[in-house]
Write a protein that binds this ligand. Structure first.
Ligand code: DC
Length: 233
């Protein structure tokens, strides 16, 4: 085992399971895990609480003028997870709600929001030894990342997983609403002008529609081991 630390970028569609995979890998190899989507969700929550976004319509000027008032950070928890902090308040639960999901794409298309969060993400990777998941990590945030993975699965598979997840948490939603949200977020994420969701040319694609969690975790760990030992082919 080498001491060399690398940057690992895991990008892909919403609810593709990329966050669980990325988190599991980070914990297995002793790297820091950063959920970049949580940062966009936290800014969205701030905008919702302050009446700056409602029903997917954002007052862009007010939000951009308020960015200096919004701080986003992560707090490591005793169980190894990280909770998202918005102006030092733990908002980990609240940012996962469907209302936030329904507004987050519109907030994350705003270039000034992206510039601010990308700069923050890049500062988190200075020491390497980091696994970050998102949409533009391999293309924009860390274009030189040593390991890049692009995760995909069919919209129905992803909606089904997300629906089960929400149900398990006791969140009231219907499969149809979750599917509609997945499809609409895919569209906005893929077509926005500023760093759209796109596979980096040097990313390895993983379609996990037919894989179990254990299989995908093993696949990711195998890829990491190949890259770190310098024999990727
Ligand atoms: O991964 P997630 O579903 O929690 O991400 C929430 C939203 O944030 C997603 O709809 C798109 C946006 N996002 C982004 O634009 N860029 C990232 N690097 C991560 C997320």
């Amino acid at each position: 085992m080498t001491d060399k630390k690398i940057i690992i970028a895991v990008d892909g569609y919403s609810s593709s399971g990329k966050s669980s995979m990325a988190r599991a890998l980070a914990s297995r190899i002793g790297y820091r895990y950063i959920d970049s989507g949580a940062m966009y969700r936290a800014v969205t929550l701030w905008a919702m609480r302050n009446g700056v976004v409602a029903s997917g319509v954002v007052d862009v000027d007010v939000l951009v003028a308020s960015l200096d008032k919004i701080s986003v950070d992560f707090q490591p928890m005793p169980d190894g997870r990280q909770h998202t902090l918005l102006n030092r308040e733990d908002v980990e639960e609240e940012i996962r709600r469907l209302e936030v999901s329904n507004n987050v794409s519109q907030v994350s298309v705003i270039p000034a929001v992206r510039h601010r969060l990308v700069a923050l993400q890049q500062s988190m990777g200075v020491a390497k030894g980091i696994v970050m998941d998102g949409r533009d990590i391999g293309t924009t945030v860390f274009p030189d990342a040593e390991m890049k993975v692009f995760v995909t699965a069919s919209p129905e598979t992803r909606a089904r997983r997300r629906y089960e997840e929400l149900k398990a948490k006791g969140v009231d939603s219907s499969y149809e609403d979750v599917l509609a949200n997945v499809v609409s977020r895919d569209h906005i994420d893929e077509t926005r002008e500023e760093s759209p969701l796109r596979k980096a040319h040097d990313a390895v694609v993983l379609d996990n529609s037919e894989m179990t969690v254990e299989e995908q975790d093993r696949w990711l760990l195998d890829l990491f081991n190949k890259i770190i030992s310098g024999n990727e082919d």
